[in-house]
Design a protein around this ligand. Structure first.
Ligand code: 5GP
Ligand code: MN
Length: 338
């Protein structure tokens, strides 16, 4: 099934001339690295490409080579092929719908469990740790040399979605791909420094605030934190500044489900869910109109912060109550510190 679709995609990339590449809104390193690696490969093949993301490039990814080619809006009237990478939902595509509708053919390449295969060609492989892993496998079949730019883009994608090759999706397959990318010029130290260690002063402060507000329930198996509008406004912080904060919430010892609630400036509450992979948090996210992966998922609720917290935690408690505590440790709930 996937072999046939991959071959069809290889054929289309060889035959067609012009391409519009896009990914999801609020793009991460997998999204940015995947589109830029495929762009570089298509450019090597002599194709015309435009990369669009209506949200632009996050500060976190500003080190990725060729990110200056990502446009907020398309400039070409139409392209032969629209490529949608790492995007699990129709409402998350970061390109104007009319630009994709104008393409002769649309292709989705994705690794989300909750992906909706509604394009002309759909390559969806939830066993891949990152969309970048699929793009690596695709590029290996193209008449393209993996140069340092492609290697850096793809390594950024793999490192992002595996949390620097530490999460439960770190497989021999992704490590083999990463090894070849290092041979081809990706610098693991530099890339993972930018992705996971370097933080702006604002991001460091907001991490501190989020951690100081940790709350727990279900004997410590459920841990969450809440960032309200006033906190963002006081620091003049935005979404870029809370990247990875939810992982610190999940990493509190004994936690099986970690949740970060963030009050947006658009009347919506963004919810990030993480699990220790025993629980499938994408199911919880889907119930609220979101999606993602077993161990990392998210959703946005158009409601008040208090209501979003109450509803999502209610479902998380039910999920955890369904099969009882998994460890004999008795965790005391933390008190709210601020
Ligand atoms: P994050 O918590 O880092 O924003 O997202 C974690 C995962 O959940 C990512 O794979 C992301 O694609 C997915 N995700 C986050 N928010 C949403 C959402 O609103 N809808 C869908 N379908 N997926 C989401
Ligand atoms: Mn991804």
């Amino acid at each position: 099934m996937s072999e046939a679709v991959v071959q069809q995609i290889v054929n289309v990339l060889g035959e067609k001339r012009t391409f519009l590449l896009t990914t999801h809104i609020h793009p991460d390193g997998d999204a940015i690295g995947s589109v830029l690696a495929l762009r570089a490969a298509l450019v090597q093949m002599g194709k015309a490409c435009e990369v669009v993301n209506t949200d632009g490039v996050p500060q976190l990814c500003s080190f990725v080579p060729t990110c200056e080619f990502i446009l907020a809006q398309p400039t070409c009237a139409r392209a032969d092929v629209g490529l949608i990478l790492d995007c699990s939902g129709q409402d998350r595509i970061a390109a104007p719908p009319e630009a994709l509708a104008a393409c002769d053919l649309r292709i989705i390449i994705d690794h989300h469990q909750s992906s909706q295969p509604n394009a002309d060609l759909n390559w969806i492989d939830p066993t891949a740790s990152a969309t970048g892993e699929l793009i690596y496998e695709l590029i290996k079949r193209l008449p393209v040399e993996i140069d340092a730019t492609i290697a850096t883009c793809l390594y950024t994608a793999l490192a992002t979605d595996t949390g620097g090759f530490r999460f439960s999706n770190t497989t021999p397959r992704v490590l083999r791909a990463a090894a070849e990318l290092v041979e081809r010029g990706a610098d693991p130290h530099k890339i993972t420094y930018h992705l996971f260690e370097e933080r702006s002063a604002k991001a460091s402060k907001i991490l501190g605030i989020a951690l100081s507000r940790l709350q727990q329930d279900c004997g410590g198996r459920l841990t969450w934190s809440v960032l309200d509008r006033a906190t963002f406004d006081a620091l003049q912080a935005d979404d870029d500044d809370i990247e990875n904060v939810v992982n610190f919430v999940r990493n509190v010892r004994g936690t099986e489900i970690g949740v970060l609630f963030r009050e947006g400036d658009d009347g919506r509450v963004r919810v990030s869910l993480r699990s220790n992979s025993r629980y499938d948090v994408s199911r919880i996210a889907e119930e609220f109109g979101g999606g993602g992966h077993r161990a990392a998922a998210g959703c946005r609720l158009r409601t008040t912060l208090e209501d979003a917290v109450a509803r999502v935690l209610h479902r998380a408690r039910q999920v955890l109550a369904a099969d009882g505590p998994s460890s004999p440790m008795n965790h005391q709930p933390l008190t709210m510190l601020s």
